[in-house]
Design a protein around this ligand. Structure first.
Ligand code: NAD
Ligand code: GLY
Length: 360
C-alpha cells in the first residue's frame, strides 16, 4: 500500500501527515524533518517492546535517548511531564533537540506539551500508534496534561513538524482500543461529512475486522476533516470547537469516573449519543437521524449511555468546568442533521435536564 500525504495548512507552520503501512521505521520520514543531532523518543512501557527498536533503528546516526513512561490516562499529569524534562536535562539536550512521541494520545499529548515548554519550545514529531491518535490527537497541535479537577486543563497549542500514521501498528491494538478510535472517526461523519457517515454505515464491519484499505480510507478522511477545521481556526476561537462534539458530556464521564476507568473514545461515544439525544429533544434532528447515530455507535461496540454512577446534578457540575464555558455560560456542540453541527449556548436548559434524566 502506498503512502498518502495530507497537509495541515498553517502557513509557515504547515506540516505533513503521512499515512501508510510500516512507515514508522523508515528513516527518510524522520530525516526530512529533523535538523539537529539530538533526538529523544518518548514512549510507554506497553509500546516500547512492540515498536521502540524499529523506531530507534530508523533514527540511527542521531544522538538518541529514550524515555519510557508508565502507561495510562492516570499518568497524564504534571508529575509525568516532569520526568520528560528531567530526562532532557540529564542528557543535556539543547534547543536543537527533537522529541518523537511514539504512542497513543496520552504519549502524544504529554510529549507535545514537553516540546512546547522545554527551553520555551523545541520541535517534535508525532508517531501515533492508536487509531484514536492517528485520526485525532496527533493532528492539530493540542497538547497538555490533566488536572485532578479537569481533563486536559493544562497545556498549549503547539504544532508538530510531521505526523507519521503507520497503519500496521493498529494490528496490535486490542478491540476495545480500536473501537475507542472509531468513536472519533464517527464524530467526523456526524459533525461535517454526511457522505463519510454513510460510508461508515456501509463499511463498519470492514473497519472492525481491520481491513487495511478500509482503515487507511477512514484515517485519511478523518485527518482531512480535522486538518480543514484546524487550518480555519487553529486556536479554537470558533469552529474548531465542533471537534469537541460529544466531549463536554464525555469529559464529564472521564473525570467523574476517574481517569482511565472509561476510555476517552468510549466516553466520547456516550457523549455523542447524549448530544444527539438533546439535539433531537429540541427538534433539531429527526428521530431517524438519532437512531442512525446511536445504531452506528453501537455497531462499533461502543456505549450509547453514560454510566449510572453519575447523577444529572454531578454531570452539570462536571460540565461547568468545560473549556467551552464562556462568561459562565455552558456551550455545547449539537447537531442540526447528520454532517451538520453547531457550537451554541442557545439551547434549552430544560431539554438538557431531560436528556440527563432520561439515562437514570
Ligand atoms: P492511550 O494513549 O492511552 O493508548 C491506549 C492504550 O493502547 C494504551 O494502553 C497504550 O499503551 C496502548 N497502545 C498504544 N498503541 C498501541 C499499539 N499499537 N498496540 C498495542 N497497544 C497500544 O489512548 P488514546 O486513545 O490513543 O488517546 C487518548 C488520549 O488522547 C486522551 O488523553 C485524550 O484526552 C487525548 N486526546 C487528545 C486530543 C488532542 O487533540 N490532543 C484529541 C483526542 C484525544
Ligand atoms: N480533539 C479536539 C481538537 O483537536 O480540537
Amino acid at each position: 500500500m502506498s503512502t498518502n500525504t495530507l497537509t495541515v495548512e498553517l502557513g509557515e507552520r504547515s506540516y505533513p501527515i503521512y499515512i501508510g503501512e510500516a512507515i514508522h521505521h523508515q528513516a527518510e520520514f524522520y530525516r526530512r524533518h529533523i535538523t539537529g543531532r539530538q533526538v529523544m523518543v518518548v514512549t510507554n512501557e506497553t509500546i516500547a517492546p512492540l515498536y521502540l527498536d524499529e523506531t530507534l533503528s530508523a533514527l540511527s546516526g542521531y544522538d538518541v535517548a529514550t524515555i519510557i513512561l508508565p502507561d495510562g490516562e492516570q499518568y497524564k499529569t504534571l508529575e509525568t511531564l516532569n520526568k520528560v524534562f528531567t530526562g532532557l536535562l540529564e542528557h543535556r539536550f539543547t534547543r536543537k533537540a527533537t522529541l518523537v512521541a511514539l504512542g497513543g494520545g496520552v504519549i502524544g499529548d504529554i510529549t507535545g506539551f514537553a516540546a512546547a515548554s522545554y527551553q520555551r519550545g523545541i520541535p517534535f514529531i508525532q508517531v501515533p500508534t492508536t487509531l484514536l491518535s492517528q485520526v485525532d490527537s496527533s493532528v492539530g497541535g493540542k497538547t497538555g496534561v490533566n488536572h485532578a479537577l479537569g481533563k486536559n486543563m493544562i497545556g498549549a497549542f503547539y504544532q508538530p513538524l510531521a505526523v507519521l500514521a503507520d497503519t500496521a501498528t493498529l494490528n496490535t491494538l486490542d478491540e476495545r482500543q480500536l473501537a475507542a478510535g472509531i468513536a472519533e472517526v464517527i464524530k467526523y461523519g456526524l459533525i461535517v461529512d454526511s457522505a463519510f457517515f454513510s460510508w461508515l454505515e456501509q463499511n463498519m464491519d470492514r473497519l472492525l475486522s481491520r481491513e487495511p484499505a478500509a482503515l487507511a480510507h477512514a484515517i485519511e478522511i478523518s485527518c482531512r476533516c480535522k486538518a480543514d477545521v484546524v487550518a480555519a481556526d487553529e486556536r479554537e476561537s470558533s469552529q474548531r470547537a465542533l471537534l469537541n462534539f460529544g466531549h463536554t458530556f464525555g469529559h464529564a464521564i472521564e473525570t467523574g469516573m476517574g481517569y482511565g476507568a472509561w476510555l476517552h473514545g468510549e466516553a466520547v461515544a456516550a457523549g455523542m449519543s447524549m448530544a444527539a439525544n438533546l439535539s433531537h429533544r429540541m427538534g433539531w434532528i429527526t428521530e431517524d437521524d438519532l437512531q442512525r447515530c446511536c445504531s452506528l455507535i453501537e455497531r462499533a461496540g461502543l456505549p450509547i449511555r453514560p454510566p449510572a454512577e453519575i447523577s444529572p446534578d454531578r454531570f452539570l457540575q462536571l460540565m461547568a468546568v468545560d473549556k467551552k464555558v464562556l462568561d459562565g455560560r455552558l456551550r455545547l456542540v449539537l447537531l442540526k442533521g447528520i454532517g451538520q453541527s453547531v457550537v451554541t449556548d442557545d439551547f434549552d436548559h430544560q431539554a438538557l435536564l431531560e436528556t440527563l434524566e432520561s439515562y437514570r
